[in-house]
Design a protein around this ligand. Sequence first.
Ligand code: HEM
Length: 272
Amino acid sequence: MSSVVDILLWGVLPYVVLLVVIGGTIWRYKYDQFGWTTRSSQLYESRLLRIASPLFHFGILAVLVGHIVGLVIPKSWTDAVGVTEHMYHMLALTIGIFAGVGTFVGMALLIYRRRKTGPVFMATTANDKLMYILLVVTLTAGLATTILSLWDTSETSYRDTVSPWFRSIWILQPDVAAMSEAGLSFKVHVLFAFVLFMAWPFTRLVHAFTAPLHYLFRPYIVYRSRDRVTRSGSVPTRRGWDPVGTQDRHNSGYRRSGSGSTRREKTGSGRR
Ligand code: HEM
C-alpha cells in the first residue's frame, strides 16, 4: 500500500515538474529570447575550456543515452534477446561509471576554471551558482546509485522499480507502488533531478534545447573576399569562395552583392 507521501512524490510531483519545464520554457522563449544563450566565457579563457567543455558535454550525452536505454527499454525485451541480468548490469556499470566519471571530471574542471579565472568568476551570477550546485548534487547522487550497487547486490534492480515507474508517467498512469519499492539512493537521485529539471528553463541550461547541430555540417563562413573595385594593378583577381545556400546564411540574411563579395545585410542571431 502506497503512503500519501509516495503518492505525492511519485504520482503528483512528476506532472508538476513537467508543467514547470514546459510552461517555464515557453515563458522564457516568449519573454527572454535575448537571454537565451550559453553566455559563453570562451573569450576570457579557452585553454582549460577546450578540455573541460567537451569532456562534460560528451560525458552527459553518454549518460543521457544510458538513461534512455535503462529507463525506456523494458527488461522483458532485453531478456527476450538473451541479455541476462548479470550481463546487463556489468555493461551498465562499465559504461555508466565511465560516462559518469567523465562528466564529473569535466564539471569539476569547469567549476575550477570558473572560480580561478578572474573575468570568468566576475561573469558568474547567483543563477549560475545554483545551476552548478544542482548539477553537482544530481550527478553525484546518480554516480552514488551505480557505485552503491557494486556492494548491495541484494537490492531489487532499478529495472523492476524506477524504470516501470518512469515509463508509466508518460501514459498518465503513474505506477507509484513500483517507485515506492526502489532503494533510497534512487529516490534521492530522482528528487534532485526533479529540482534540476524545474530550474532548467530559468538557467543558461536552456541552450541545450537549441544546440546548433547544423554547425557541424555547414561550410566555412567567408568573412572577407577580394573586392574587384578597390584592387589596382593588372593581376586578375582569383575567384574566392562562393557562398552556398546554408541554413545559417539564410537565417542571418547574407546575400551576394554585385561586386562578388559577401556582406552582411541585416543582423541575425549571432549570439552564443
Ligand atoms: C527523472 C530523471 C532521472 C531518473 C529516473 C534517473 C535514474 C537513474 C538510474 C536508475 C540510475 C542508475 C543506473 C545504473 O546504475 O545503471 C542513474 C544513474 C545516473 N544518473 Fe540518473 N536519472 C535521472 C536524471 C538524471 C540527470 C538529470 C542526471 C545528470 C545531471 C543524471 C545523472 C546520472 C549519473 C551520472 C548516473 C551514474 C551512471 C551513469 O553515468 O549513467 N541522472 N540515474
